[in-house]
Design a binder for this molecule. Structure first.
Ligand code: FPP
Length: 260
């Protein structure tokens, strides 16, 4: 695959990443990549730092992954930043995470716009602190006309909660005769998910070696290829993303059918 001229700073790619880009088959690129960013705490622990130092270091990995995905013309990238279950963490850690998110948006908004990236949030936004909501809405509105890539951040997100929300909306439609139970099909459900209108993730990446899906995009990952890397999230960079895509391209996707 050739890097396109309009892609910013392709020369910043190290020689190994450049070789990896050349190795990619442009006809077999994932349309949507979803990432479970894991290992921030362990990264910090290994350095005798507080856990939040790992989250802060993780921001650089977010920036690199977003920009590399854009350069590769990925349609959608979804990062799992805060699950519904993460409220169980100490208050101080939660508030640093919220602050980091706001800082990220303040710092990166201009860059997201320059790179034609549309920012969106997946999750129950209403339960987030008011200032966070305000910044998220601002980021979403300011980038809403961008067409290069959709960048979703899953926040206060739970896959089961997403399904509950979808079923509630379907129930309302049924009650008001907007939908007939006998006609209910998979696309009706898809149309009520937070990801409505997006292709399902083709590739699900999890960092830090854990083999779990952790309530992430449960409906949407039905046929995703899963790639787990031992790399801890703060160390994750473009070469790891490329490694994941190369691995994805080696997989044979049968969707329950037989080998071609
Ligand atoms: C998991 O590591 C990571 C998180 C719960 C938070 C991820 C958030 C960021 C990288 C910062 C903000 C994100 C954006 C999109 C700007 P962990 O703490 O569970 O690590 P551990 O398993 O090693 O303890």
């Amino acid at each position: 695959m050739k890097l396109k001229a309009e892609q910013p700073d392709p020369f910043l790619l190290d020689a190994r990443s450049k070789r990896m880009v050349e190795e990619l088959d442009p006809n077999r690129m994932p349309r949507h990549i979803a990432v479970i960013m894991d290992g921030n705490g362990r990264w910090a622990q290994r350095r005798h730092l507080p856990r939040v130092a790992g989250h802060r270091a993780g921001i650089e990995a977010v920036r690199d992954t977003v920009e590399m995905s854009r350069w590769l013309n990925i349609e959608a990238l979804t990062l799992y930043a805060f699950s519904k279950e993460n409220w169980k963490r100490p208050k101080s850690e939660v508030s640093v995470l919220m602050r980091l998110l706001r800082e990220y948006l303040h710092k990166e908004l201009a860059r997201l716009n320059r790179n034609n990236i549309r920012f969106q949030v997946l999750g129950r936004m209403d339960d987030l602190p008011a200032l966070v909501q305000k910044d998220l809405v601002y980021g979403r509105e300011e980038t809403r006309n961008n067409t290069g890539m959709i960048f979703n951040v899953a926040l206060n997100y739970g896959g089961r909660a997403e399904l509950v929300d979808a079923f509630k909306r379907l129930a309302v439609r049924m009650r008001t005769n907007g939908l007939d139970l006998d006609q209910l099909n998979e696309s009706d459900i898809e149309g009520e998910l937070y990801t409505a209108g997006l292709p399902d993730p083709d590739l699900l990446i999890r960092t830090s070696g854990e083999m779990r899906v952790s309530n992430f995009l449960l409906w949407q990952i039905a046929y995703a290829e899963i790639w787990v890397t031992p790399v801890l999230w703060p160390d994750f960079r473009r070469q790891h993303l490329l490694e994941g895509i190369i691995e994805f391209q080696k997989r044979e996707r049968r969707y329950g059918g037989l080998q071609a």
